[in-house]
Design a protein. Structure first.
Length: 345
């Protein structure tokens, strides 16, 4: 039995929040762990040959098939080129390594000259599905985001005149840009190419996506039970849509004060407040995607949590106001692992 945590339930359309309703959960009996078809309580077609995706809070990924392959290829080259940094040592892929699920495995990233960053590097996979970019949402588009690290003194530490001079001195880049853009190598075109490449980094075809699409054998009974728990306790109030997150801001510490308990407050902990200066935005962050989360430890904006199971327990405690036992934690983490998939090539 669960004791009345106050949760916000987001009513979603295809990957977008349609509205938010605050509701108080009464004590709810747990569903039988041995029955994988109890998901029918929220999914009337489960166990009947298909999944009613119109009623599910999570949607399968649909990749953008309109992206120009030539622009994607140029964007990837730029993404992996350390010459975009002041001393030719740091590339976008230094902190968003595609071999590490689009992250870098560090608590916070290390930039030019060993500069220590303020935040954990979020995965670049599926970033095109986010409604804003960066933890504090300061970039409204991937084009805007693409230029941020290049001039950030703690990241790549360069300037646009430096970057343009380097690329315009490279005949191969000059030819590649001229084939795509009428005005050649410009800041806007660099941003566009990198952003287009990043939009290509979707990860369709996860086992859970296949389950949603009707393959009821794609996930195990335990993983179905983990999804049931994910819905029961309210995780889907923030983690839903096509990216299982990334489509709203939320305060870190809805039910209790995470930062007071953690201690050692830093400016990066203020979240969206650093962008807006509004007290209501203090400690608010863009909700991260859970896709491939099992591959992108450590967790949270500060990289303070080492394991997926620990992150699940902390979220239940500080966001939903409940304590979950080790078995429920294991099952929810097992469900999250069904969201793993490789990116489109």
């Amino acid at each position: 039995m669960r004791t009345n945590p106050l949760i916000a339930i987001c009513l979603v359309g295809v990957g977008a929040v349609a509205g938010v309703v605050a509701m108080k959960r009464s004590d709810t009996p747990r569903l039988p762990a041995q029955s994988p078809t109890t998901i029918a309580s929220v999914n009337p077609l489960a166990g009947q040959g298909g999944v009613n995706t119109s009623t599910e809070p999570i949607r399968p990924i649909v990749s953008d098939t309109t992206l120009d392959p030539q622009v994607v290829a140029l964007g990837r080259r730029l993404f992996e080129d350390p010459r975009l940094s002041a001393d030719d040592t740091i590339s976008c892929s230094s902190c968003h390594d595609l071999d590490k699920a689009g992250a870098d495995g560090r608590a916070v990233s290390i930039g030019i000259g060993g500069a220590v960053g303020d935040h954990n590097a979020p995965t670049v996979l599926n970033c095109g599905l986010n409604f804003r970019q960066f933890w504090d949402g300061r970039a409204a588009s991937l084009e805007e985001q693409a230029g941020g690290p290049i001039t950030n003194p703690k990241e790549m530490g360069s300037t646009w005149p430096q970057v343009l001079a380097k690329l315009r001195a490279d005949p191969a880049y000059v030819r590649a840009f001229a084939e795509i853009y009428n005005d050649g190598v410009t800041e806007d075109n660099i941003r566009n190419a990198i952003a287009t490449f990043e939009r290509s980094l979707t990860t369709p075809g996860s086992r859970f996506d296949r389950y949603l699409e009707g393959d009821l054998d794609a996930i195990t009974a335990e993983e179905v039970r983990g999804y049931e728990l994910f819905l029961e306790i309210g995780c889907a109030s923030c983690h839903q849509g096509m990216n299982v997150g990334g489509n709203l801001f939320q305060r870190f510490g809805v039910a209790s004060n995470f930062f007071e308990d953690r201690g050692d407050m830093k400016s990066g902990d203020l979240g969206r407040f650093n962008v807006t200066g509004e007290d209501s935005d203090r400690f608010r962050f863009k909700v991260p995607s859970l896709r491939n989360a099992s591959k992108t430890a450590p967790y949270f904006h500060d990289g303070s949590v080492a394991t997926l199971e620990q992150a699940v327990r902390i979220m239940a405690q500080y966001q939903l106001g409940i304590q979950i036992d080790s078995e429920d934690t294991r099952l929810i983490a097992a469900f999250i692992r069904t969201l793993e998939a490789t990116h489109d090539e």
